[in-house]
Design a protein around this ligand. Structure first.
Ligand SMILES: Cc1cc2nc3c(=O)[nH]c(=O)nc-3n(C[C@H](O)[C@H](O)[C@H](O)COP(=O)(O)OP(=O)(O)OC[C@H]3O[C@@H](n4cnc5c(N)ncnc54)[C@H](O)[C@@H]3O)c2cc1C
Length: 588
């Protein structure tokens, strides 16, 4: 349905208007038409904590108006603000809470008890309107409406994004979270136009989370390569950004396991992309980044027969007597061997915290204990020095059991409701050999930041011929992933309801400090890159870091399918840094 009372030439006149003015100029009959075309699912977007406030400023710069407080709703929001499921079920909920705010202008609506009468809830970066999309026609209507009226468009799924890509002030959002049809299992999936079966798969909708997929796979004796958090969207930002898993060392990244995707392109066309048709789109959607090349409606992913996993778990909290020097040497000395042995997961070799949460499908229990012996020797020594340690290597029946381990559940819920800034680097094999290893050891020993090491590089994964560079199944993530063992991740978090952090000054300082903390690692890994989903929001050279040699092809595809840049986000392919939609990002 064509929802505009304006003629198309009107679009060029919009350039002189701010987004807020453009929104204000849209005729109510046009909104009504859009609402009709999406079966009444056009809604006004509100910050999650609005029921707690007596005053509400519903767009940047708007004079606050009285708001009706809802005590019961406010009480529930305060009780559940760190519950990922609760937060993502609300359109206005963002797991990394600072992305609801307009940080540059200190305009926020924090969840912080019942607000006093002089506090105002500000719309911040929460989109002004959203379509609670259910099918491709809804998505297509939203894309065409935003383009016609020259207003910014946001694609939001769970709101997990760490880098501000699923919110924007004065925007219309397409909310994909409720696109959750029944998960389909196929023993022998045949992708459209392909002649050969892709083997066992699950097919799922845009809003599907990992919990349901793991369960569906396990019921049939399979496992799926997915993130640790049950709530991350499997078909949204995770897979379009690359998607790592504790299984990635052996089974590849999320993008390696995708067999087919269905998406609505920026021009509203609904396409099916796989290794046999629409290969450019298939390439771009698997690593080119979320909210850029199309709105994914459905993903089909390969699943793998369940196998027993060896599980190494260590938790040692207390200052290492040698200042953390020997643990760094120990983990760097063993990194390549552990990659060969199939270990994947999480490792924190800190000065006051040593944690290991690793699994491998490749070893027997005895082999796993032998492989982890350097860790066990180190924890024995820590214990002899008075540090409290838990350390064991055990066998789990399958990935479903690993996922249900209390520590996995805890990992998946970390950070919900906080403000968080990240910086990261992919550590190549060369950082674990000779002078590269010496340089990395020196940097880590000098650093005052405790970084997590994610053993998620697809080091033991044999990339098939079809997916090699130039092949029909090539993915568009930076090629640096292919030679990396670890994804190093540093973060800093703050309480968004604390007024000192909600604002421009403190958030800016935190973004800057975490960005700077990664500089020495960038300096010793000049040919590597970073994982776009868990990177510095202000990554110094994003095109090289996130896409490397794949950037030029991605930019060409972007220009061909989205010349008006309808789908865009911060540091995404084809973005315009001066776009008013980024006005709420702090400037570091
Ligand atoms: C608690 C937690 C745990 C995490 N664990 C992991 C992990 O184990 N492995 C890992 O790799 N990453 C992990 N991440 C990072 C995660 O991959 C990113 O935050 C990702 O962007 C989330 O995608 P989403 O769709 O759930 O979130 P959203 O914030 O809704 O969207 C993120 C981005 O994807 C775009 N997008 C969403 N849906 C679509 C769609 N249907 N089509 C096109 N674009 C879309 C949005 O526009 C935005 O750019 C974790 C994050 C959190 C908060």
């Amino acid at each position: 349905m064509w929802c505009s009372t304006q003629v198309v030439s009107h679009v060029s006149l919009l350039a002189a208007l701010s987004y807020a003015s453009r929104l204000g100029q849209i005729a109510s009959s046009d909104w009504a038409c859009l609402n009709d075309s999406v079966s009444g699912r056009l809604q006004v977007g509100n910050p999650i904590a609005l029921p707690c406030y007596q005053q509400y400023s519903n767009q940047l710069g708007a004079t606050p108006a009285p708001n009706a407080v809802d005590v019961a709703a406010c009480t529930a929001i305060n009780a559940e603000k760190t519950n990922a499921t609760f937060v993502m079920e609300q359109f206005g909920g963002y797991l990394t809470a600072n992305w609801e705010a307009c940080m540059s202008q200190n305009l926020t609506c924090p969840v912080d008890g019942m607000a006093s009468s002089n506090q105002t809830c500000s719309q911040g970066s929460v989109p002004s309107y959203y379509i609670d999309a259910r099918d491709a026609a809804d998505v297509s209507s939203g894309l065409l409406f935003a383009q016609t009226h020259g207003i910014p468009l946001v694609v939001k799924n769970t709101g997990h994004d760490f880098r501000g890509r699923s919110s924007a002030p004065g925007s219309l959002a397409i909310w994909t979270y409720n696109i959750q049809p029944e998960i389909e299992f196929a023993e022998d999936f045949l992708a459209e136009s392909c002649l050969d079966s892709s083997g066992p798969t699950l097919t799922y909708g845009a809003g599907q989370g990992f919990q349901g997929l793991y369960e569906a796979a396990h019921e049939r004796g399979y496992m799926l390569v997915g993130g640790t958090s049950p709530s991350v969207g499997a078909s949204g930002g995770w897979v379009t950004g690359g998607g790592h898993s504790a299984l990635s060392n052996t089974y590849g990244l999320g993008v390696d396991n995708v067999v087919q995707m269905k998406a609505v392109l920026p021009n509203g066309a609904f396409v099916t992309a796989n290794r046999c048709q629409n290969q450019d789109i298939f390439f771009a959607l698997r690593g080119g980044g979320g909210g850029t090349f199309g709105v994914v409606m459905e993903t089909t992913s390969r699943i793998h027969p369940e196998v027993p996993l060896q599980f190494a778990f260590v938790s040692a909290l207390g200052a290492a007597p040698d200042g953390g020097s020997s643990v760094i040497d120990m983990v760097l000395d063993n990194a390549q061997k552990w990659a060969n042995d199939g270990w994947g997961g999480y490792l924190v070799p800190g000065k006051a915290l040593f944690e290991v949460i690793l699994i491998t499908p490749k070893l027997t229990l005895d082999e796993a204990k032998a492989s982890m012996q350097p860790v066990l020797n180190y924890t024995d020594w820590l214990q002899s020095q008075g540090v409290t340690v838990t350390a064991n290597v055990t066998t789990l029946a399958n990935y479903w059991e690993f996922y249900n381990e209390p520590i996995s559940q805890l990992l998946g819920a970390v950070g919900v409701g906080t403000g968080t800034a990240y910086a990261s680097r992919l550590l190549p094999k060369s950082s674990f050999e000779g002078s590269g290893k010496d340089a990395l050891a020196a940097v880590l020993k000098q650093s005052s930041t405790t970084a997590g090491m994610l053993l998620v590089g697809p080091a033991s994964y044999n990339i098939p011929e079809s997916d090699q560079p130039g092949g029909p199944g090539e993915a568009s993530i930076t090629p640096a992933w292919r030679s990396s063992l670890w994804h190093m991740l540093a973060q800093t978090s703050w309480d968004p309801s604390d007024a000192t952090y909600g604002g421009y000054g403190s958030a800016t300082a935190l973004y800057k400090s975490i960005s700077t903390a990664m500089d020495p690692v960038r300096a010793i890994t000049p040919d590597s890159g970073a994982y776009q989903n868990e990177a510095d929001t202000f990554e110094p050279d994003p095109t090289v870091s996130f896409w490397g040699a794949n950037y030029d092809r991605l930019l060409g595809i972007k220009r061909a399918i989205d010349p008006a840049n309808v789908l865009t986000c911060h540091q995404c392919i084809g973005w315009d840094q001066s776009d008013e939609r980024f006005q709420c990002f702090p400037t570091i």
